[in-house]
Design a protein around this ligand. Structure first.
Ligand SMILES: N[C@@H](CCC(=O)N[C@@H](CS)C(=O)NCC(=O)O)C(=O)O
Length: 113
């Protein structure tokens, strides 16, 4: 999978010098086998195998790597600010993706936001 939900995971691993191997799902059978093996908690990808775990849910994966690399805040308050920033950024990305489908006056309101 290129782009999409795995992209930020790739960036974070690369930024912290954690080597990784990518396995692309090209055939439905590969996905079916992973589901059958119980590798995907919610039958969704991406999945990252790390430290003996099969991690799913891109936010949980990013949080785990951030914690492992000691960049997920020094305390709960810093974590809260990081989470706010990440959540706000996700909303902004969703907004930008929706922009072409909005009416002109809606676009203006969203731009100022
Ligand atoms: N909450 C999950 C959502 C993952 C997700 O929607 N993955 C899609 C591919 S991008 C998927 O596996 N869809 C198959 C399905 O839901 O059956 C995450 O953040 O990683």
């Amino acid at each position: 999978m290129e782009g999409g939900r795995a992209e930020s995971i790739r960036w974070m691993l690369a930024a912290y010098g954690i080597e990784f191997e990518e396995n692309f799902i090209e055939e439905k059978e590969q996905y079916d086998q992973m589901v059958k093996n119980g590798d995907l908690m919610f039958q969704q990808l991406p999945m990252v195998e790390m430290d003996g775990m099969k991690l799913v849910s891109s936010r949980a994966i990013l949080n785990y790597i951030a914690g492992k690399c000691n960049i997920y805040g020094k305390d709960l308050k810093e974590k809260a600010f990081i989470d706010m920033y990440v959540d706000g950024n996700s909303d902004l990305m969703a907004l930008l993706l929706a922009m072409p489908f909005l009416k002109e006056d809606e676009k203006e309101a969203k731009r100022s936001y």
